[in-house]
Ligand binder design. Structure first.
Ligand SMILES: Cc1cc2nc3c(=O)[nH]c(=O)nc-3n(C[C@H](O)[C@H](O)[C@H](O)COP(=O)(O)O)c2cc1C
Length: 388
């Protein structure tokens, strides 16, 4: 099986599972606890039905989006992910190249395996910096200032990781940064020589935003001290767009809107934080209703195909992001694998629009959904129509 065999995100996942050491696959694929939050969101997405319409002349369709004044050629961006180079030694570069090619936002994680300065250059400016509060506000503000100097105009503050979620699949494999290689990991790497040799050649992936003059970063360190005053200091310090990622509650969303953030990203961190989290695809509908039709609202978690993407727009998202599928595709087929998956998801989205009798994601709204299927899952039947 090769990149040309990727016809869906699930194909990419299957291939990645075969090619990656178990330790790495479980780091990428894993979720909090038993994986219920992740599965519940996936099954909720699957249960929501779309309303087909016919004979509406849908020959000319577009899946592009205006995101903060930039036209994104794809209907989704790249969610920030730490240590992407674990999927393949050049994963960060491939993601940045894709961001530049399609003018889509690349989320550059605090815990990235390439530095924030390198990534914004590679992405030709199409990069947003994602901040994990370090527990030390001055250290966080220094990092934010570094991002500003590097040219970032959008800062994404991730707020759903007061403590890193317990992810048993990672823990069982002995996933630590830097790697500790005991007999279990040695066997794992030996059985996946292609990955191991290329990682040896490319250099061990590391937390590239830290080390030397930039201090250390512990991915598992508590960030539990962050509160609304931290947000206010960030808001005061950051002149660009401020997005808050990881929101599932309408009261939180309303308070963030009042605090002057520029956008909210509804997300359950792909089910990696709280095993009992509600499906974020339903929270999206509730939050859209609470915030009104015009407030910029983004979404990530569990999107695996074009129809999922259309559902998120129909429930009120102004833009959406993908995480794991992009790393699966790179692990499965490097540059060609990523290219194939991006094309696949874009084509699937366009075909889904045609089936609904629509020519643009701007037209997705309550009438694109079978209301009964949404209420059966617990979401409001009629989220407001979005005017972009
Ligand atoms: C391997 C991996 C690392 C991640 N690292 C970060 C991170 O550093 N910062 C962050 O805000 N979210 C991080 N996330 C969460 C993603 O940004 C996103 O919320 C999630 O992956 C979306 O769900 P999906 O994978 O089902 O598309 C990570 C996710 C994965 C899979």
């Amino acid at each position: 099986m090769a990149a040309s065999d990727i016809h869906s995100a699930e194909d990419a996942r299957r291939l990645a599972k075969r090619k990656l050491p178990w330790l790495i696959f479980d780091y990428i694929d894993g979720a909090a606890g038993t994986g219920h939050a992740e599965q519940r969101n996936r099954s909720t997405l699957a249960d929501i039905q779309l309303q087909p319409r016919v004979l509406r002349d849908v020959e000319f369709r577009s899946v592009s989006r205006d995101v903060f004044g930039t036209i994104s050629a794809l209907p989704f961006g790249i969610s920030p992910m730490g240590l992407c180079n674990l999927a393949w030694t050049s994963a960060d570069r491939l993601l940045a190249d894709a961001a530049a090619q399609h003018s889509i936002p690349l989320g550059v994680s605090t815990a990235a395996s390439s530095s924030l300065e390198v990534q914004i250059q590679r992405a030709q400016g199409h990069a947003w910096f994602q901040l994990y509060f370090s527990g030390d506000i001055d250290g966080s503000l220094r990092l934010v200032e570094r991002a500003r100097v590097a040219g970032y105009e959008t800062l994404v503050l991730t707020v759903d990781v007061p403590e890193v979620g317990r992810r048993p699949r990672e823990l069982r494999r002995g996933f630590t940064m830097p790697f500790r290689i005991g007999p279990q990991q040695f066997l794992d790497f030996a059985l996946h020589p292609q990955w191991s040799l290329s990682t040896l050649r490319g250099g061990r992936p590391d937390l590239a935003n830290f080390g030397g003059e930039h201090g250390e970063f512990d991915r598992t360190r508590s960030r539990a001290g962050a509160d609304w005053s931290v947000l206010q200091r960030l808001r005061d310090a950051w002149p660009g767009k401020l997005v808050v990622k990881g929101v599932l509650n309408t009261d939180d969303a309303l308070q963030l809107q009042k605090a002057g953030v520029d956008a909210i990203q509804v997300s359950s961190h792909g089910g990696r934080q709280l095993d009992s989290a509600p499906p974020p695809i339903l929270a999206l509908g509730h939050i859209r209703r609470a915030l009104g039709p015009d407030f910029p609202l983004f979404y990530d978690s569990g999107l695996r195909c074009g129809e999922d993407i259309v559902k998120a727009y129909a429930l009120g998202a102004d833009f959406v992001f993908l995480g794991r599928p992009l790393l699966y595709a790179i692990a499965a087929g490097r540059e060609q694998g990523l290219k194939k998956l991006l094309e696949t998801l874009s084509t699937e989205t366009s075909i889904a629009l045609a089936q609904l009798g629509l020519t643009s994601l701007d037209d997705c709204g309550p009438t694109s959904l079978i209301a009964d299927s949404v209420t059966a899952t617990g979401a409001p039947a009629t989220p407001p129509r979005i005017t972009p």
